[in-house]
Design a binder for this molecule. Structure first.
Ligand code: SAH
Length: 386
């Protein structure tokens, strides 16, 4: 059977479906305005107005933009929309944790998790990729192959979705529930640094979403050559998924260690710009029964961190379907923490949140899979034939 592509359909190359502007960075908005034919200066001004309406007031209709000329509003309304990605699923845990599954495109889904009482008032854990390339043995996301990097806009849209649900708008209202952002969702942020940096510019913009850079924490499994660049480009706070204190074990459970070992990793960490008592690196350490939880390892951890302004987060292992580990016993975790306490690290145990909805650290995973070019072509043809 021969299938003809109908190029007049809405959403194809001949007449593209309206795209959303919500979540775009200021430079990207300016480029869109220039593409409409506005002079660079005018385009810059319009971009700033749009940024404020979308990211400070959260409007989702051009009609609300009272300082934009009516005919331009009408033109914008024809070409663009202001909506967020579709929410494919939303769950609320017994403990108040919330999880959203956003559909960024057909078959491209990623999770974000809101955790109350973390940071100043509450933190949103955002994804930077759908799937992951790293294969850490204790992590559920690691069992999902990389589908693709998220764009800066898609990363920011996770924050818009959460603010819609939690706080409403405008951004500077008091008593915000969403005050902190952690890049600890699906994916390795430093393998998508351009988009992560652009997203952080937008999230921290004082005339927009206005979550300060010191309240944004980026976690890496240890992409050493990108760590200093992260600091220079974003000024965000750094978190390191450490999980082991020697190369042998770390090679096994965090395989990226075979590429960048502990020595190289710590050289990069020590060079992170602006470190000091008020700007500490967070070290995450998942507690795996009989694997990395001995008191000798607690003492090794203290030695390893000597001279680095650090906070430690012991994460009780969160199980997921088919996971090959158990969480350390509570007594073991407390004894391990006590060694760290004695060395001057305060309250290092992270309470597991949202386990009942698989929203806790390392439990995120979506059903999205990367499609081959042939599969994509077939689907496009089938959709066109419908
Ligand atoms: N790839 C980045 C961002 C993900 S952060 C990174 O590795 O830092 C997610 C955090 O949850 C990481 O510290 C990760 O090691 C931790 N984690 C993964 N699986 C876990 C599990 N099953 N239980 C507890 N923590 C886990």
């Amino acid at each position: 059977m021969k299938i003809e592509l109908d190029l007049t359909r809405r959403g194809d190359a001949a007449s593209p479906a309206p795209r959303s502007l919500a979540g775009l960075s200021l430079p990207a908005l300016k480029a869109e305005m220039e593409a409409l034919g506005l002079e660079p200066k005018k385009a810059g001004m319009r971009a700033k107005q749009l940024r404020r309406w979308m990211h400070h007031f959260g409007v989702q209709e051009f009609d609300g933009m009272t300082d934009v000329a009516k005919d331009l509003r009408a033109e914008l309304g024809e070409k663009f929309i202001l909506t967020r990605p579709e929410i494919a699923d939303h769950q609320v845990s017994r403990d108040g944790t919330q999880k959203w599954l956003a559909r960024f495109g057909p078959g491209i889904e990623g999770e974000s998790v809101y955790i109350p009482d973390v940071g100043k008032a509450g933190a949103l854990c955002v994804s930077s990729q759908v799937g992951c390339t790293l294969n850490c043995t204790f992590c559920h996301t690691g069992t999902q192959k990389l589908v693709r990097n998220l764009t800066a806009q898609e990363i920011v849209s996770q924050v818009l979705i959460a603010r819609d649900a939690l706080d409403g708008w405008p951004s500077d209202e008091e008593d915000r529930r969403l005050t902190n952002i952690v890049f600890m969702g699906m994916g390795e942020p430093l393998y998508n640094l351009d988009n992560v940096a652009e997203a952080i510019d937008t999230i921290s913009d004082g005339d927009g979403i206005a979550i300060g850079r010191r309240r944004i924490n980026v976690s890496t499994a240890g992409v050493a050559p990108k760590i200093v660049e992260l600091g220079e480009r974003t000024n965000a706070m750094l978190a390191i998924s450490l999980h082991a204190t020697n190369d042998d074990l770390r090679n096994e459970i965090v395989p990226i260690n075979r590429k960048y070992n502990l020595k190289e990793l710590f050289e990069a960490i020590r060079a992170y710009p602006g470190l000091g008592n008020s700007r500490r690196v967070t070290f995450e350490y998942v507690m795996l029964k009989g694997v990395n939880d001995s008191l000798a390892e607690a003492r090794d951890l203290v030695r390893l961190l000597r001279g680095v302004p650090a906070k430690i987060n012991l994460i009780p292992f969160n199980p997921w379907p088919g996971s090959p580990y158990e969480c350390s016993d509570w007594d073991t975790i407390e004894e391990f923490a006590e060694v760290l306490n004695q060395a001057g690290y305060a309250s290092p145990i992270r309470t597991p949140r949202g386990r009942d909805i698989l929203a806790a650290c390392g439990q995120l995973r979506s059903e999205s899979v990367k499609k081959s070019a042939a599969e994509k072509r077939r689907e496009a043809l089938e959709a066109a034939a419908e």
